[in-house]
Write a protein that binds this ligand. Sequence first.
Ligand code: KG4
Ligand code: ZN
Length: 385
Amino acid sequence: MRVLAIETSCDETAVAVLEAFGALPSISFRTLGNALLSQAAKHAAFGGVFPSLAKREHAAVIVPLIEDALRQASMLREEYTDISAYSDALPALFAHEPGLAQQMAAFLSRAGKPELDAIAVTAGPGLEPALWVGINAAKALALAWDLPLLPQNHMEGHFLSSLIQNDQLEGIALPVLGLLISGGHTEFVVMREWLRYTTIGETVDDAVGEAFDKTARLLGLPYPGGPEISKLAEAARTEGVQSSFSLPRPMKDSGDLRFSFSGLKTAVRYTVEKIESLTDAHRKELALEFEQAVGDVIVGKTRKALEDTGARTFLIGGGVAANTHIRRELTNLVETSFPDMKLCLPHPKDTGDNAIMIAQVALARLLSGQQPRGGDIRADGNLSF
Ligand code: KG4
Ligand code: ZN
């Protein structure tokens, strides 16, 4: 089966073409094309993702990226194609982006139908104006090529893709516990049966990536702040720097699986406000203490979640799963306290947003015989599992 997937939930515009064989619990994937553009540098000036800019940037590059992914997959059949049967529908699909209707019409009139089984697209969670660009582009392709359109959950993409190693999904024992940590989410999700999920704990306020980004901003570091904080903290550890600051470990001993990170960010703010002039040495020590605090909370909660669920597999996913300290601490936890557990740590280059993970979820569902849901597809910024 072959799927083209589109992801535009935040500040990455991504299109991927994947092929897969097998059926759950054993599937092999092959990436045939993968085109991705990050807008992160454009949002840096705002210190975070600016939704209307994200939408405009997605709209500017989505058609070239679709073309690029298909070309990489050797599926771009450049031939004159009559689009009169559906061309009237395009301006309505792109009512807010008239330029995009024209670009899409021009592309479709010179690209024959590729050998695909479906079009998949992220329907949420994420920024709704950004999600709509991908959804409308996917609708146009599904309409033009008469293919099923499969809406997908972005967080399920992070979850499932973390279980896939070297393009193979195999040997995964259930139940699986996932810790999803990103710019918008911090949650424990359990999969007891394939593709059925239960959220058993989440943040009551900020997501962990958001706490990294906000702390970085307080320290005068650029967006996205996670990698910046991580770099400073790792340098501090290598140099043997001790932090002279002390930050709270919010809800570490609350006895449940809820997280809270807004107090930690506020504690950083108070600390910074008390410093007369912030030096690089202060930044390094604060980054170290902040990351240690986050790591301590995550390890404590994960220990409880692993005990409570009796999980046989543990994965981490989402952008913050690239964090070296968190990866190291969780690896230690599993090795010392849960030695029989299979730990799935995605490669740091695969933890950020991408369309491969969206195609993987769609393919896993198709190969397990799940029929596409009917009805209209809408962007849902708060889509849950
Ligand atoms: O999953 P993702 O790419 O987008 C969302 O769905 O949110 O996650 C982005 C988040 C940002 O908050 C970014 O600062 C954080 O992941 N991040 C990191 C690291 N790399 C990315 N946080 C800590 N350490 C890192 N190495
Ligand atoms: Zn994400």
